[in-house]
Ligand binder design. Structure first.
Ligand code: GTP
Ligand code: MG
Length: 199
């Protein structure tokens, strides 16, 4: 399925522009620059269907990609949160968009909450996790950029991240460790997505 058809469906700057909720959706959430767009590309096996950038704040709208022909499910690239340099009104707009989409979308099956392996879970991630717990949207923590740190350090961060996941009602107790760069953990991620959409 992942090696088949993947097409960009649309970009939604606000909730009025969401596509009709016809197939299951899997959302990629996380702090700015954590690697959401890169991991989405790795998941669907495309180099650059979602746009990535070294500059935080690249993705500013909800971007929907159909997988399969006819579409079996959608992956949703979300704007990053916790971007310190963004203007206040932009931050507010993002927060509303992310909140409303995550809370209100009936076809949303799972959210992947991406955490940078070098930084671990930050307070702003906890805010989002709390919001997901309250909305009963089930989510999985995914460590990104695992190629950037030593194996021993990665193990330590993974343990801490797992411990955090276990404190949250709507979180899966285990984490997926990935590197888009080295294509690490992509098969695990694909397996998780397939299980999620077939439930
Ligand atoms: P926003 O849309 O701005 O919120 O960012 P994003 O979370 O979509 O991050 P994006 O995928 O654009 O990646 C940000 C930067 O991190 C880019 O320079 C990527 O090349 C880099 N990056 C992403 N994933 C990895 C990875 O697994 N390993 C390494 N080394 N770099 C990565
Ligand atoms: Mg992005």
């Amino acid at each position: 399925l992942f090696s088949g058809s993947v097409t960009f469906l649309k970009s939604a700057p606000s909730l009025e522009f969401l596509p009709p909720p016809t197939v299951p959706e899997i959302a990629f959430a996380g702090r700015s620059n954590v690697g959401k767009s890169s991991l989405l590309n790795a998941l669907v096996g495309r180099r650059a269907i979602a746009r990535t950038s070294v500059t935080p704040g690249r993705t500013q709208e909800l971007n929907f990609f159909d997988v399969g022909d006819p579409p079996r499910f959608r992956v949703v690239d979300m704007p990053g949160y916790g971007f310190a340099k963004a203007p206040k009104d932009v931050v507010k707009k993002w927060r509303f968009l992310i909140n409303d989409y995550l809370r209100g979308r009936v076809v949303l099956k799972r959210t992947l909450v991406l955490i940078d392996s070098r930084h671990g879970v930050k307070p702003v991630d906890l805010d989002v996790m709390k919001m997901l717990d309250e909305a009963a949207v089930s989510y999985r923590l995914v460590l990104t950029k695992a190629d950037k740190i030593k194996a021993s350090e990665l193990e330590r961060v993974a343990d801490l991240t797992r411990a955090e996941a276990r404190k949250h009602a709507a979180a899966f107790p285990d984490v997926i460790i990935t590197s888009s760069e080295k294509r690490m953990g992509i098969d695990d991620l694909r397996g998780f997505v397939m299980d999620s959409i077939s439930e």
